[in-house]
Design a protein around this ligand. Structure first.
Ligand code: HEC
Ligand code: HEC
Ligand code: HEC
Ligand code: HEC
Ligand code: HEC
Ligand code: HEC
Ligand code: HEC
Ligand code: HEC
Ligand code: HEC
Ligand code: HEC
Ligand code: HEC
Ligand code: HEC
Length: 318
């Protein structure tokens, strides 16, 4: 009721900032109030029918007396203007209330705009249900969605789905928003998974995994051996205990870039011995044992082949 009175007041005062008191007595009944309300709406919508005679009597003859401006809206509406003020963004700076709401009830009944009136030409604007995510048109970037959204994301992001599909994994079956539950948020792997060992922190996962192709494990040349030790305790402890020079190398100096890559000794050492020796003992390991425990003669598989000149450490434990 208060709002209606206000509208009437605007209608009859023409210049509603002044002479409020004198005109109020003209309000005689609810019937005329509604008539006046109608006239305001009409005035706000120039294309509509001419105003009823009672409306804006002789007020301000020069201009349409009661045309609402966007500044007037806040006099009756509280939330919308406050929302726009706080987070209206482009809907505050690039458009006015009246660019979207043309006219006003009761004369103009449908004053809620369709987003498509102004947004067209991109795949994103062909989605249905804009207000399902853009919950509040007065705060267009306050976006909310559930945890089952994939297709709408693809109207703007395409490389990720391509990667997920090209590298099938259990992540491929998850919705984008199952992980990115707030737009722009990037989750940590440890939100859903345990680390492989206590040595790993949440920041370490990306050293080996990519979220959209988690089964393809690759790593950089400076990856610490402790990271591998999480699963390869035997190789790690053997190498650490070894006395040979390989001990000072990182796992990834030999097992480069991609998980399960296994190097050949010759990749690094070329052909270190005379052809005669190599013909007789074709495998390096026949004399040197395994890469992680080089020259540990006692435990090497072909200990006998170890050259006589090399003393075997008698009590070396594995
Ligand atoms: C004098 C008070 C008053 C002013 C000023 C006013 N409104 Fe309203 N507005 C109302 C009332 C009362 C209603 C409810 C009318 C109805 O539901 O028929 C309403 C309803 C609305 C609605 C909802 C329509 C719908 O279909 O649900 C919108 C949108 C709206 N106003 C926008 C505006 C805008 C934009 C302005 C400024 C240009 C404005 N109003 C100025 C009183 C006012
Ligand atoms: C970009 C277009 C746009 C702009 C700009 C805009 N609105 Fe709206 N407004 C809408 C849409 C769309 C709805 C319907 C929302 C819904 O259905 O949930 C709406 C709903 C409303 C409503 C009725 C529901 C409510 O929130 O109370 C009022 C009142 C309203 N707007 C007033 C205003 C005022 C006042 C301004 C300026 C400060 C304004 N609007 C600016 C698009 C806009
Ligand atoms: C009267 C025209 C109009 C209507 C109707 C309209 N918009 Fe807009 N909107 C704009 C303009 C202009 C911009 C500024 C962006 C631009 O330059 O293209 C904008 C920007 C936006 C933005 C980006 C805001 C920012 O600051 O980055 C979003 C999101 C948006 N609109 C969503 C919507 C949704 C959802 C609807 C329907 C509820 C809607 N708009 C209805 C005119 C409109
Ligand atoms: C599933 C949720 C969802 C739906 C449905 C949705 N949007 Fe969006 N919209 C978004 C997200 C997320 C953004 C990106 C916001 C950002 O850039 O930060 C966005 C951005 C926008 C933008 C600003 C950026 C741009 O590309 O112009 C506009 C405008 C927009 N949406 C309009 C619409 C319209 C119109 C509809 C309905 C046809 C719609 N949206 C439906 C989620 C949605
Ligand atoms: C209208 C286009 C649009 C839609 C729809 C959209 N996004 Fe975005 N998204 C963007 C833009 C633009 C950015 C960059 C924003 C920035 O830099 O602040 C972004 C950023 C992101 C980021 C952060 C990227 C980074 O490098 O930190 C993630 C994650 C993301 N979006 C996921 C999603 C998901 C998931 C969906 C679906 C629920 C979605 N987006 C829907 C346009 C969109
Ligand atoms: C299993 C969780 C998960 C799923 C499902 C997922 N993402 Fe991501 N996304 C992430 C993580 C984590 C990152 C951070 C980068 C990384 O670790 O590789 C990321 C990064 C992003 C980025 C930032 C740019 C980039 O590529 O690194 C965008 C954009 C993005 N995701 C969009 C999407 C879209 C779109 C989908 C659905 C097609 C999707 N994501 C599915 C977890 C996920
Ligand atoms: C929002 C939760 C979530 C986030 C965040 C997430 N994942 Fe997953 N991940 C899952 C679910 C669910 C599965 C499937 C588990 C199952 O079925 O046992 C999965 C499976 C996996 C698998 C096994 C894939 C397969 O096909 O066997 C790997 C590897 C994996 N995640 C790594 C990661 C890594 C690395 C990150 C960070 C980049 C990450 N995940 C982020 C939820 C998540
Ligand atoms: C040094 C490389 C490396 C790092 C760092 C790493 N991972 Fe892995 N991760 C792997 C390898 C290799 C596999 C595959 C093992 C296999 O083939 O069974 C794997 C498998 C997984 C799996 C699927 C199998 C399982 O154990 O459930 C998940 C989930 C996973 N990693 C999560 C993580 C998370 C979370 C982090 C960070 C805390 C992380 N990974 C850090 C190398 C790594
Ligand atoms: C999450 C556990 C996990 C992590 C972390 C991990 N691996 Fe593995 N790795 C495995 C599994 C499981 C196998 C397969 C073992 C098998 O087939 O018997 C494997 C196999 C291997 C193989 C043997 C391939 C072959 O052909 O026999 C090498 C080499 C290897 N990993 C190196 C590494 C290196 C280097 C790192 C650190 C960058 C690492 N791994 C990190 C789990 C892991
Ligand atoms: C990724 C390169 C690489 C691979 C693969 C590699 N090595 Fe080495 N190796 C080295 C480096 C580097 C040294 C240390 C050289 C130095 O410090 O003088 C070394 C040292 C050695 C030594 C001297 C040991 C010592 O303690 O004096 C022997 C013997 C040796 N390698 C044998 C092998 C054998 C056998 C293989 C295959 C099972 C192999 N290497 C694979 C890089 C490699
Ligand atoms: C000097 C190079 C080198 C270094 C350093 C190295 N490896 Fe290896 N690794 C090899 C070679 C060569 C093989 C093939 C078997 C052989 O000839 O000894 C191998 C075999 C393996 C295998 C498969 C056979 C097995 O023993 O289970 C795994 C797993 C492995 N390495 C993991 C690791 C891990 C983890 C580290 C770090 C703690 C590491 N390697 C350090 C060269 C190396
Ligand atoms: C018949 C036994 C035998 C075979 C087979 C053998 N080596 Fe050796 N290797 C030796 C002996 C003996 C030494 C000298 C040890 C010393 O001087 O301390 C040696 C030394 C080395 C050295 C260290 C050279 C230096 O300057 O310190 C490297 C590296 C090496 N071998 C690599 C290899 C590689 C790679 C293969 C396989 C292609 C291989 N060896 C095969 C017996 C063998």
């Amino acid at each position: 009721m208060q709002q209606i009175f206000y509208l009437i007041w605007i209608a009859i005062s023409g210049d509603y900032h002044h002479n409020k008191g004198g005109r109020m007595k003209r309000i005689v009944s609810l019937a005329s109030a509604l008539l006046l309300l109608a006239s305001v709406a009409v005035a706000a919508e120039p294309a509509a029918k001419p105003a009823a005679p009672q409306a804006a009597p002789a007020a301000a003859p020069a201009k349409p007396a009661v045309a609402l401006t966007s500044a007037d809206c806040a006099k009756c509406h509280v939330k919308a203007p406050a929302d726009v003020e706080a987070k209206g963004r482009a809907h505050k700076t690039k458009v006015t209330c009246q660019d979207c709401h043309q006219g006003h009830p009761p004369t103009v009944r449908k004053i809620i705009p369709l987003c498509g009136q102004c947004h067209e030409g991109k795949p994103h604007y062909k989605l249905g249900g804009c207000l399902q995510c853009h919950k509040n048109p007065h705060q267009p970037k306050e976006i909310v969605f559930g945890r089952d959204v994939t297709d709408p994301c693809l109207t703007c992001h395409s490389p990720q789905i391509a990667q997920l599909k090209a590298n099938p994994s259990k992540h491929t079956k998850l919705a984008c928003s199952f992980c990115h539950d707030v737009h722009g948020k990037v989750p940590q792997c440890t939100q859903c998974h345990k680390a492989h060992s206590a040595d790993q922190g949440p920041g370490d996962c990306k050293k080996c995994h990519k979220a959209h192709m988690p089964k393809t494990v690759t790593y950089a040349a400076d990856t610490a051996s402790k990271q591998c030790a999480a699963c390869h305790t035997k190789a790690y402890s053997m190498l650490v205990a070894s006395k040979a020079k390989h001990k000072s190398l990182l796992c990834v100096t030999c097992h480069q870039e991609k998980h399960k890559m296994v190097p050949k000794c010759q990749d690094c050492h070329g052909v270190p011995h005379a052809a005669g020796i190599m013909t007789k003992f074709p495998k390096c390991g026949d004399c040197h044992g395994i890469a992680h425990d080089l020259n540990n003669w006692r435990t090497a598989p072909a200990a006998q082949a170890a050259p006589a000149g090399k003393p075997a450490p008698a009590h070396k434990k594995k």
